[in-house]
Write a protein of this length. Structure first.
Length: 275
């Protein structure tokens, strides 16, 4: 993969990372001799791959290609990058058109000081070069749309949070099984201890039957529980007030008036007889 913005990069790379004039002239002589020997023998130029490690920060595909082109023709460059962040891992593979040139580059650049780092180079044997090593090396590099840090810090939905919890709990269960299979008796809190405890279903039924609730929930379970409750009839804590009937009061008042009238008539008749 190559960087898209690489117009000014080759000139800067040559200025900052050029070899010493003495080493560069000796290297060019060796390269020319190697190409002459190949042409005299009549053999076809076989490509060679060089592994380059301990790369300093700021060296990407365009800088590496422009730097190694001063040694010979570079066919492909593969810089190892992180799939999550897109950053460089600090090592790359450079393919030259001639394997003899690749051997000279590996010998010359090994332990070479570049950007306060000692470059490590060695030739990769043809049988060890994977067929998919340079797949996608000709494409322009594009940074991942969701790097690991941005993906971790973004706001997650409830479904995503539940999925993450389930995934962590499954991993933890597998880890406990592995420890038990190896005979390791080790207990730890883990992710399960950090999750909130689930409330029991009985608590919800008790809460619904509480007298403080404004609108009690009449679910089938609550109704069955109310039916199952036994009322003790022996203990009578109720206070009953019996009020007299209105008809009895009227009858008693009429009887009293009649008695009073009869008493009054008797007194009047007695007075008349005395006179």
């Amino acid at each position: 993969m190559t960087e898209s913005k690489a117009d000014t990069a080759p000139h800067r790379a040559k200025e900052l990372l050029a070899l010493d004039p003495k080493q560069e002239s000796e290297f060019k002589k060796k390269v020319q001799e190697a190409k002459k020997n190949k042409s005299i023998k009549g053999g076809h130029l076989a490509p060679g791959v060089v592994y380059v490690a301990h790369l300093p920060h700021g060296l990407f595909e365009p800088q590496l290609k422009s730097y190694f082109e001063q040694f010979g023709k570079v066919l492909r460059v593969r810089l190892s990058r992180s799939k999550k962040t897109g950053g460089s891992k600090g090592y790359a593979f450079v393919e030259f058109d001639c394997d003899e040139v690749a051997k000279i580059v590996a010998e010359t650049m090994n332990n070479y000081l570049m950007g306060e780092r000692l470059i490590k180079c060695h030739i990769v044997a043809p049988e060890n070069v994977h067929e998919k090593l340079f797949v996608g090396s000709q494409k322009d590099f594009k940074k991942p749309t969701l790097p690991a840090v941005a993906r971790y810090n973004k706001i997650h939905t409830e479904e995503q949070v539940t999925k993450m919890k389930d995934k962590l709990l499954k991993k933890e269960a597998k880890l406990r099984k592995r420890l038990a299979a190896h005979g390791i008796d080790y207990d730890f809190a883990g992710f399960a201890a950090q999750l909130p405890k689930k409330t029991k279903s009985s608590d919800s039924t008790d809460a619904s039957m509480c007298s403080d609730d404004v609108t009690p929930v009449c679910t089938p379970s609550v109704l069955e529980r109310r039916k199952s409750t036994v009322v003790d009839d022996d203990v009578d804590d109720e206070i009953i007030l019996r009020m007299p009937c209105v008809e009895n009061e009227e009858e008693s008042s009429s009887e009293e008036e009649e008695e009073e009238g009869a008493v009054g008539d008797g007194e009047v008749s007695g007075e008349a007889a005395a006179e």
